[in-house]
Structures are given as structure tokens and as C-alpha cells.
Write a protein that binds this ligand. Structure first.
Ligand SMILES: Cc1cc2nc3c(=O)[nH]c(=O)nc-3n(C[C@H](O)[C@H](O)[C@H](O)COP(=O)(O)OP(=O)(O)OC[C@H]3O[C@@H](n4cnc5c(N)ncnc54)[C@H](O)[C@@H]3O)c2cc1C
Length: 412
């Protein structure tokens, strides 16, 4: 290969959490790495920006817990390397109707993965939270130790800083329009819309909601990754009760199973406010978004009023932020070699379906393993392969309901 200034061992395309973690992992192993981003670094047009993401090890699918546990360790290692905090620990609390299939699967998966779990009935919950959180009589709560809040924009910045410190080159405002095999010079040629060209022995595509667009242009392969526009809502805690719901007083991250899956984080980033959001959104084109927020329906207001015992103003949210999910039909990730003419030299990591952030560091480790070593240890990749959609367009079979709600786009 010529043009040594434009030659790399690995070119990572897309600098959200997944690409930034992958660039860090590859650079840390001594490889010459280039990380390309179509917008400004730390922009708000994708999936990895904002103030908080939940980390929890409780999943109805048994195969995510060990990934989260490894990721938790990698979050701690990274923040001690950089010297500031992005991961704020607390416990995690899942609630829902006792008979809910997903919640029952969470219990079974905790048992399979030996994750200590306390199952509480409504009276025990009342006592545990000193009357500041409660459940209907036929609901249960599951309390686990591994929970917490990760600061997304700060965390992406942290991994970019660490990648830079390990010698990676980072270029933003560099939209990739083409990835080709270069049989003359060897390796993979990556072409930006500016006309600039870069060569890599290998490449990783971590393009978030743009994954399908880029992969289709490059290889013709159609991946079932549907961008969804979603909304984060913050609600005001009533005066005098702010501390009760704060992370400093040990309030947990939480998720509520049932007809609508709601999730939230304790008060941390905006004093006096608590994040409570709906796990869902409406289909969108990432390049033509309406930015209309998803509308809060009455059951959400009622859930907040009821669960928070009237101590959170459930009438309306006070902050609304927009974001995107990259949904697969089964909600499982897409991690695989691109194949075809690219063989094992290009790896794709996408379809993180609204629950990938917590696993960014372990996904970075896996993507770097795959592209550099050809295999990744300690992860059941079969759940994440493209091939599952050939066998069944809906992907992996599940014995419980999907937690993500798909809405019609609201009128603007
Ligand atoms: C509101 C909300 C709440 C969430 N809550 C949680 C949570 O509590 N816990 C959790 O674990 N996860 C959560 N998630 C999910 C998590 O944030 C995502 O799974 C994760 O951020 C996906 O990261 P990514 O790197 O794949 O995508 P992105 O962050 O979108 O990064 C992809 C990047 O690729 C760039 N790109 C695309 N195409 C090109 C191109 N052609 N050339 C160059 N660059 C390109 C994009 O501009 C973008 O920066 C949440 C997501 C949202 C939206």
C-alpha cells in the first residue's frame, strides 16, 4: 500500500459509543487506527449523546448478563485510566406484574447467570422505599446490585480521548460514502464524500441508525435495522422530596415491565428532576427526521403518579430530548463479518436496539477481537449473526413479549 499517511491497520467508521470503544481497543493493542465520523464529534444526531444511560445486568435473554458484567469492569478500568467519572453506581430495580413473562424470564436468567436477586412484594417495596415508591398488589419488584448511570456524551468523549492517547487518528465531518476492496494496493479502501481516500488492512462499521444505508451501498446486503425516533423525558420531583429520588441517597435505576416498558434513572444530571421514559419510538429516516417528540399517553402519567406516590409531578415532563434507536426485529444486536468480497476484513456492529450503551466497552472489545483476531472469546455470537434473519426474518425466537413499543409518527 502507498500513501503511508493514509494507511491504517483498522479504519473505524462511525464515532458513537461503539466506534469510539472499538477505536480505543484496537489502538490499545498497538494498531494504527483511524476513526471517522460524518458529523462533529459528540454531536446530538445519533444515539450516543445526552446525560444518562442505565446499566443493569437483568435481562430476559440469558446471553446479555455476562456481557454487562464484563462491560461494568471495563467502564471502571477506562474511567480510572482517564481520571474522571462517567459511571455512577447504584442498585437496579425491575418491577411489573408478577405473572409477566418477560419479568419471569429476567428471574430465570438471573438464576442461570448466578446474579443475586431479591424479589419483593408490594409491602416490602413500600418499606424498602419508605413510602416513596410503591407497587400494585399483584406486582413484584426485583432488586439487583449491578445498576447505575453512565453519562453518554462524557463517556464517548472519554473513549475518544483514550483512543487519541493510544495514538489513534480521529477525523470528524468525514462522511464515508464507499468502502471497497483494493486489489491493486491491497486491503480496504474507504472513500469520503469529500473525495479523501484512506486505506486500511481492516475496517469496522459502527454507523448506528445509518448502518443499513451504508452496508447496503457498500455490499448490497439489506440488514433489518430500522431507525426509530425516541424521546427522553424528565419530570419534576415535588419540593422537599428531591433527595429521596437522588442517586446520592441510593435511589436505583429502574425499569417497569407490562403493557408499556418504562425506564428511568435517579435524579443526578438535572437537580430536582428525574428521568422517566418510554422504551419505544416511531420509524424514521435518520437523514430526514421530523424531531417530533413521542407523545406521553395517560397510562404513563398514571404510572408516574401511582408508582411515585404523588411525589413526582406527573402532569407533564419539563425537559424533552430527542434520540434514535437502531431496532432489529428481535431487539438483538448485529455483530458479524460483512462477508462477500470483504470476507472477514470488514466487521459490522449495529442494531443495538435501544439497549447497547451499557455494553459499549465490551462491544468495542468484541469488534476489535473479530476484526484483528478473526474471533471473539466469551460471547455467544450466534445470537448476533446476520444469518439468523435468513433462517427467520423475525430473528431469534423469544418466549416473552417485545419490550419496545412502535408508534405512529405524531403530528407536528
Ligand atoms: C433515548 C435513548 C435512551 C437509551 N437508553 C439506554 C440505556 O439506558 N442503556 C443502554 O444500555 N442503552 C440505551 N440506549 C441505547 C444506546 O444509547 C445505543 O445502543 C448506542 O448509543 C448505540 O451506539 P452506536 O455507536 O451504535 O450508534 P451512534 O451513537 O448513532 O453512532 C453511530 C455514528 O456513526 C456515524 N455515521 C453514520 N454513518 C456514517 C458514515 N457514512 N460516515 C461516517 N460516520 C457515520 C453517526 O453520525 C454516528 O455518530 C438508549 C438510546 C436512546 C436513543
Amino acid at each position: 500500500m502507498e500513501n503511508s499517511g493514509n494507511q491504517f491497520d483498522v479504519i473505524v467508521i462511525g464515532a458513537g459509543i461503539m466506534g469510539s470503544c472499538t477505536a480505543y481497543q484496537a489502538a490499545k493493542r498497538g494498531h494504527k487506527v483511524l476513526l471517522l465520523e460524518q458529523f462533529d464529534f459528540l454531536h446530538h444526531c445519533g444515539s450516543s449523546h445526552g446525560e444518562s444511560r442505565t446499566i443493569r445486568a437483568t435481562y430476559p435473554e440469558h446471553y446479555y448478563s455476562s456481557m454487562v458484567i464484563e462491560s461494568s469492569r471495563l467502564w471502571e478500568e477506562a474511567q480510572s485510566e482517564v481520571g474522571y467519572q462517567v459511571y455512577f453506581k447504584t442498585t437496579h430495580f425491575d418491577v411489573g406484574p408478577a405473572e409477566d413473562k418477560s419479568l419471569q424470564s429476567v428471574i430465570a436468567s438471573c438464576q442461570t447467570n448466578s446474579i443475586p436477586l431479591r424479589i419483593l412484594d408490594c409491602e416490602q417495596v413500600e418499606k424498602e422505599f419508605s413510602g416513596k415508591f410503591n407497587l400494585p398488589e399483584d406486582w413484584i419488584g426485583l432488586s439487583t446490585d449491578l445498576g447505575g448511570v453512565i453519562k453518554p456524551t462524557k463517556a464517548v468523549s472519554m473513549f475518544q480521548t483514550l483512543a487519541l492517547k493510544r495514538g489513534a487518528l480521529l477525523r470528524d465531518n468525514m462522511e464515508v460514502k464507499e468502502i471497497k476492496r483494493d486489489d491493486v494496493k491491497g486491503g480496504i479502501k474507504v472513500i469520503a464524500v469529500t473525495g479523501e481516500e484512506f486505506w486500511g488492512k481492516k475496517s469496522v462499521v459502527t454507523a448506528g441508525a445509518w448502518t443499513n444505508k451504508l452496508v447496503k451501498t457498500v455490499s448490497g446486503l439489506e440488514l433489518p435495522v430500522q431507525p426509530l425516533s425516541t424521546t427522553v423525558h424528565y419530570w419534576r420531583i415535588k419540593e422537599g422530596y428531591e433527595k429521596d429520588y437522588s442517586i446520592s441517597c441510593g435511589f436505583p435505576t429502574f425499569a417497569s415491565y407490562g403493557e408499556q416498558y418504562l425506564y428511568g434513572t435517579p435524579s443526578l444530571e438535572f437537580p430536582g428532576l428525574i428521568k422517566i421514559a418510554v422504551h419505544g419510538g416511531y420509524p424514521c429516516d435518520p437523514d430526514k427526521r421530523s424531531w417530533a417528540p413521542i407523545l406521553i399517553n395517560k397510562p404513563v402519567n398514571e404510572w408516574i403518579e401511582g408508582r411515585f406516590c404523588g411525589f413526582v409531578d406527573s402532569s407533564k415532563p419539563v425537559i424533552t430530548q430527542s434520540c434514535m434507536y437502531s431496532m432489529t426485529p428481535d431487539g438483538d444486536f448485529v455483530i458479524d463479518f460483512l462477508g462477500g468480497e470483504f470476507g472477514r476484513d470488514v466487521v459490522v456492529g449495529g442494531g443495538f436496539s435501544g439497549h447497547g450503551f451499557k455494553m459499549g466497552p465490551v462491544i468495542g472489545r468484541i469488534l476489535a477481537d473479530l476484526v484483528l483476531e478473526g474471533d471473539a472469546e466469551g460471547v455467544e455470537l450466534r445470537h448476533f449473526r446476520f444469518g439468523r434473519f435468513v433462517e427467520n426474518p423475525k430473528g431469534n425466537l423469544k418466549e416473552f413479549e417485545d419490550q419496545v413499543s412502535i408508534y405512529m409518527q405524531p403530528d407536528e
